[in-house]
Design a binder for this molecule. Sequence first.
Ligand SMILES: [Zn+2]
Length: 571
Amino acid sequence: MARLFATLRPWTNAVENRLIEMKRLALAISVALVSVAPLGAQERVDLLLHGGKIFSADEQLSTYSAVAVLDGRIVALGPDELRSRYQATRTVDLGGKLVVPGFIDTHIHISGDAARWVDLSGLEDLAALKARVTRKAEQLGSGEWITGYGWSEDELTEQRRPLRWDLDDAAPVNPVVLTRAGGHSSVANSLALDAAGLTPETDVLPGAIIEVDGDGRMNGILREGAQGLVSRLVPDPNPTELRDSFVQNLRDLLSLGITGIIQAGVGGRGFENWEEVYAEHRGELPRAAVQIRVRGPAERAIETLSRFGRKTGDGDEWLRVGPVKFFVDGGYTGAAAWTLQPYKGQSDYFGTGALIDEDGMYRMSKAAHEMGWQMGFHTIGDAAIKMTVDVWARVISESPRVDHRHYLNHFTVRPPVETMETMALHNIHIAQQPNFTYTLEGRYAEHLEGERYRTNNPLRSPMNLGVFVALGSDILPIGPMVGLYAAVTRRGLSGAVVGAGEALTMPEAIVGYTRLAAHLTFEEDIKGSLKVGKLADMVVLSQDLLTIDPERTLDTQVEMTILDGSVVYER
Ligand SMILES: [Zn+2]
């Protein structure tokens, strides 16, 4: 664990250290007061968990047997004897089970789903995918658009993508467009392609691709910007159906042990929707920080931020404004990530390049930084990472700002060591998705090779250089278990180990998904670890992640989720 502490040091400046010391002192005093409470006179609390292994994820990685909660806050942590000190409205005997702080997913996308939408995650084969589309077509009737999200050829027994003809077969009288997991490509059927008037010759923007097969026929696959040519034809769902399913999708996160999220980007009126939902359902949904997405060119992005009227941190412990989101490059599911080395087997292909030039990136970043925004930009290829870090280092040097906590989303292709050293020097953090190593194994194997493949989505090497790494899922899939599993085992979907040198220990991975995640939203004082005075967001797990064989991580169930001191989910 010493190594983990060492890696935290670079971003903890002297002021923070002083604050932490003061807080420790205050805590010590409050703990002392609790311990001298008169025996026999039991104090009332709302909730008492005892007889378990309570992993605090604090700086010392302390563990306890019991925890007491009052008014949404932790009031005591200690040995099982806490039972005699407190009289609880609800007492839970943990039966030896592990309790961890509520998971905080630092990169997630939650929205409402239209009635025409089909969930395509976790499918076994193409027959299952087609069956879901056929069932939806029967529900909606002929002519209605069908949309969906979450298919991945890596999960399908056939190990190939669904193509136009598969969808024609499944829904011959409905236009269909289904987005791949990750969102960088879609597949459309013939009716959808016809409706959009697409041909193999259709002009597309740079980076967008309408795929054709060996015979020159469109196979239905639309990559990056080409997806919009079809998706813009899909009629808007009605607001009520969207709102209801949005709330349900947020609520469902609690069953996965997720009590906090960073929504990785909303645009336009997006944040107002979140405010309306959280005003109505305060206390029932995971705590959220919402990234505000801006688009280029730089002047337009700056205008959006100035007009927004609020900035990072505004809000409360349930809902607040998160960092600015900007896409610096594309991704690997669409083979668009901007890289310093050519793609495997394509000596002159470096992805589709940057979505903004370096000067525009500088003007936009400088303005956002000086307005007081935190930045959390999408960077997947090492060229995108390097350019962003170079620009931010310049901005931070020119306009020093204590504790900006700017970070890179994804960080998939490990950049040169000097880039990571610059990040450590300027406190530029990472919101990493270890589950990409697992779920997107096939994509990386196709496009990366050698050391660049083995170090995909690096964890250990940036940490060793003093870069701060928090974890999240980017919904591939939603839920922390795949991320914890991949962070610790570095296994891909096939079971092969990819770059064992980048693995974390399980305690480090849990800390990355809890305490370090809270740090990304400036909320480490109130959540992310279990301490007296902090918010009582906790999860009871079916097995002890800290002692089981990490290979069994994926079998772990969430038994109970506690949010703000209330039990909000029980298996
Ligand atoms: Zn994302």
